[in-house]
Every structure is written in C-alpha cells, then in structure tokens.
Design a protein around this ligand. Structure first.
Ligand code: ATP
Ligand code: MG
Length: 137
C-alpha cells in the first residue's frame, strides 16, 4: 500500500463537487486514511506551493487556494501516487482525458478542482504539512 496526499480545491468545494470527487476516488479503489475540511491562509498556501514561488501564476494561485474551504486528505492504495495523477487528468482541463476528475469538474488551468502529490518525496512533505502524527494513526 502507498499513501498520497490530495486536496479538493476551493473551486470544486464552492460548486458542490466534493462528494462527487470523493465518489470517483472510492470507485477507483482509494481508501481515505485521513480527511479534513480547512481554510488555508495565503501564507499557508504559499508554503504549500513554495516550489512554484518563481512562477508568474504564484500570486494568483495562492490567492485562489486561500479563497475558500478545501478538503485535505491522505489516500491509500497500491500505486496511489501515480494512480491518483491518472484519475486527476492533465493540469489544464482542456487537455484532460474523458472520465478524469479535471475533465468532469475543473473550470480552468488554475481552478482545476484537485491536487495530487507527484512523487514519493512530495507526498511525504505534503502529508506532513497538513496532518500531525496523531491524525494518522
Ligand atoms: P497540483 O500540483 O495542484 O496537483 P499539477 O501538478 O497538475 O497540479 P503544477 O504544475 O504543479 O500542476 O501547478 C500547480 C497548480 O498551479 C495547478 O494545479 C494549477 O492550479 C496552477 N497552475 C499551473 N499552471 C498554471 C498556469 N499556467 N496558469 C495558472 N495557474 C496554473
Ligand atoms: Mg504539482
């Protein structure tokens, strides 16, 4: 079993898609290991997306991520990291394959409904950024 980290982003929560996205994860075989609804501050969003600090969209991205509630979770499954990326679809929903979460629920390249860790080291960082040890027993 492998763990990955995911966020249902503020656009999808606002539009009422959270339950549909959780259902897609369930159908694809992911088990929810930990989950919580949160509201990120701009500073917390900047820390999470620090790898993108020098990208032109960083300020807009971190404002978006702190614009409303998110649902943060740790998911468990064989090959969870790669399989979640596949289920999410391409960053830009215009390029996402049919049936993916972003194709179904994302509005734009920025407001793209879901985040998923892209590697083992980023999954470990992101799980630790959002969840304390006592929330992961
Ligand atoms: P995430 O890291 O959120 O899972 P990703 O790995 O598919 O998404 P990244 O390249 O890591 O994509 O970009 C992080 C996030 O920044 C994207 O999910 C999107 O919300 C936003 N983003 C990426 N590229 C752009 C862009 N060109 N314009 C605006 N926002 C962007
Ligand atoms: Mg990414």
């Amino acid at each position: 079993m492998q763990r990955t980290f995911s966020i249902i982003k503020p656009d999808a929560v606002r539009k009422g898609f959270a339950a549909d996205i959780l259902s897609e994860m369930d159908k694809a075989g992911f088990k929810i290991f930990a989950i919580k609804k949160m509201f990120l501050s701009k500073t917390q969003a900047q820390g999470f997306y620090a790898v993108h600090a020098h990208r032109p969209f960083f300020d807009s991205l971190t404002s978006f991520m702190s614009s409303g509630s998110i649902i943060a979770m740790v998911l468990e499954k064989d090959n969870a990291i790669a399989d979640l990326r596949k289920l999410m679809g391409a960053t830009n929903p215009a390029n996402a394959e049919a049936g993916t979460i972003r194709k179904q629920f994302a509005g734009s390249i920025e407001e793209n409904a879901i985040h998923g860790s892209d590697a083992e080291d980023t999954a470990a960082f992101e799980i630790g950024y959002f969840f304390a040890g006592y929330e992961l027993v």
